[in-house]
Design a protein around this ligand. Structure first.
Ligand code: IPM
Ligand code: MG
Length: 361
């Protein structure tokens, strides 16, 4: 019996359309093999949406996402929109989508790929065997806090944002972190800046209280964010699940991405308490290489795999896609960001073709 799923595709800006085209071919191929019927609805977001409608998240795009079973996003943003007022910037569209779908939990798995161990700027003995998960709060903190803005005060301009969390916001993301730790190696490290920030003090108190009440079986530790940044490059194997607020998770997940060799390797899932999840690579739109067939589509393909596993509960299809990625890397195919001596340099499309072959083999 075929199972039918509606997927909203959001190619967005920069390299987005190129890597989305590869992901779509792979999704088609893998769904044929696993008797899935995927029905796509492609919608504009970010700069691409500004071009056609004047706004980065048209109501029709948000509606289409709400009506689907899962959302696949490539990337948003391009320098040509950077001088627009904030409500009209591509990033505002992405934040509106996260907020609009209530996607408070962002999961960013970071796992060393043996074939890429030489591609990282860090030494192999430091990064081999890394397998960690960043659980980032995604709809609160300083990204969404009020008051915020810019004012004229005492003859000069002042700008400000607010980092705020309520206890219920902390509890629900902490529960996600604890639950995921239980299914992994049972260790959760909560990241904060409780030595300086009131918001972090509340964060730490709530995490400790939840641990005492419901998660005594999980090994809990705490790190200040500055120390966490250092530990990630000093001894990354110590981490299992890293629990962070919105801003700290944004910063630490880019840093953690380098443990895999390239930021072009990291997928992510953003989930709410109900409704469709959003699946996207953590890298950006790379406008400098857009349209040149040089982008690395692997994080995009791995995001499609996460969509299959987490969004549609299709474990076997997800594992097939991931195995195809492993196989092309083992066979030595590399996009420019991962290129190493003795490997074969391929563009985005050719990488897609290799992935298709690996999937069918
Ligand atoms: C990310 C990105 C976004 C963020 C930007 C594009 C708004 O950096 O998903 O990590 O800051 O959350
Ligand atoms: Mg980021």
């Amino acid at each position: 019996m075929t199972s039918r799923h509606r997927i909203t595709l959001l190619p967005g800006d920069g390299i987005g359309p190129e890597i989305m085209a590869v992901a779509r071919q792979l999704l088609d191929a893998v769904s044929r093999r696993h008797q899935l019927e995927l029905v796509y609805d492609e919608q504009p977001i970010g700069g691409a949406a500004i071009d056609v409608s004047g706004e980065p998240l048209p109501a029709a795009t948000l509606e289409a996402c709400r009506a689907s079973d899962a959302v696949l996003l490539a990337a948003i943003g391009s320098p040509q929109y950077d001088s627009l007022p904030r409500p009209q910037r591509p990033e505002t569209g992405l934040l509106g989508l996260r907020g609009g779908l209530g996607l408070f939990a962002n999961l960013r798995p970071v796992k060393t790929v043996p074939a890429l161990i030489g591609a990282s700027t860090l030494r192999p003995e430091v990064i081999s065997g890394v397998d960690l998960l960043v659980v980032r709060e995604l709809t609160g903190g300083i990204y969404f806090g009020t008051p915020k803005g810019r004012v004229q005060a005492a003859g000069e301009e002042r700008a400000f944002n607010t980092m705020a969390y309520s206890s219920s916001e902390i509890d629900r993301i902490a529960r996600v972190g604890f639950d995921l730790a239980r299914g992994r190696r049972g260790r959760l490290c909560s990241v904060d800046k409780a030595n300086v920030l009131d918001v972090s003090q509340l964060w730490r108190e709530r995490v400790v209280a939840l641990h005492t009440a419901d998660y005594g079986d999980v090994e809990l530790s705490h790190l200040y964010v500055d120390n966490a940044a250092m530990q990630l490059v000093r001894a990354p194997r110590q981490f299992d699940v890293l629990l962070t607020g919105n801003l700290f998770g944004d910063i630490l997940s880019d840093e953690a991405a380098m443990l895999t060799g390239s930021i072009g390797m990291l997928p992510s899932a953003s989930l709410g308490s109900d409704g469709p999840g959003l699946f996207e690579p953590i890298h950006g739109s790379a406008p400098d290489i857009a349209g040149q067939d040089r982008a690395n589509p692997l994080a995009m393909v791995l995001s499609a795999a996460m969509l299959l596993r987490v969004g549609l509960k299709q474990e076997a299809a997800a594992a097939d896609l991931e195995a195809a990625v492993d196989r092309v890397l083992e066979a030595g195919y590399r996009t420019g960001d991962l290129m190493a001596e003795g490997c074969s340099l391929v563009g985005c499309q050719a990488m897609g073709e290799q992935l298709l072959q690996a999937l069918e083999s």
